[in-house]
Design a protein around this ligand. Structure first.
Ligand code: NI
Length: 202
């Protein structure tokens, strides 16, 4: 059984802390497994495609991601003590965050990353990401370091137009946009994902 946790918003001190590394014995704790289940439940309920532990007031280095795809490598995924082993390129797109409700801004991210992390059972894995997946991983990683996209984004503003509301789906999103992003990503292969992202930002 999974439970909804409260998502904290900008101004809460936990969002500004550098989160602590997860120790191996914590992964064996049933309460830690419960935390992961609750994070997925909370993310799906929001709805969002990524959620970091600090966003539910747990200052630990883990986040969950699910781009709503059936492919195993795009979610649902748990990243414990993640780090980027490769980063490449730059791309700007509109971004939003569940902890900064209703706001959007233009944010530059790496176009491609390779992320190495432990899964929920402590097994190391590595995943390559481009497009929305890559943006999402970088956004969640920032949460583990006490950084919000609004610290670095340009033209942060309330989402007003339909397109801007749809763009909120990028990274952590809101309901209507999530469905559109899921459709856009599902309808393309990995290499085409950046085009889907660009379309949503237009
Ligand atoms: Ni966020």
């Amino acid at each position: 059984m999974a439970y909804l946790r409260e998502i904290i918003t900008d101004g809460h001190p936990t969002l500004r802390k550098v989160a602590k590394k997860v120790e191996a014995d914590e992964l064996r704790d049933p309460l830690f497994q419960q935390l992961i289940d609750d994070m997925f439940e909370t993310m799906y309920h929001a709805p969002g495609i990524g959620l970091a532990a600090p966003q539910i007031n747990i200052s630990k280095r883990l986040f969950v991601v699910d781009l709503g795809e059936e492919k195993d490598d795009r979610g649902p995924l748990v990243f414990v003590n993640p780090r980027f082993t490769e980063t490449e390129g730059e791309v700007e797109a509109i971004e939003g965050c569940l902890s900064v409700p209703g706001m959007i801004g233009e944010m530059t991210r790496h176009a491609r990353v390779v992320c190495s992390a432990l899964d929920r059972y402590g097994k190391r894995f590595s995943v390559e990401a481009t497009g929305l997946f890559s943006r999402c991983l970088q956004h969640e990683m920032d949460h583990l370091d006490g950084v919000l996209y609004t610290d670095k984004a340009k033209n942060v503003r309330p989402a007003v137009t339909e397109e801007e509301h749809a763009a909120l789906a990028e990274v952590e999103g809101e309901a209507d946009g999530i469905a559109r992003v899921a459709q856009a990503v599902r309808g393309t292969d990995r290499d085409a994902a950046p085009q889907a992202e660009a379309a949503l930002s237009a």
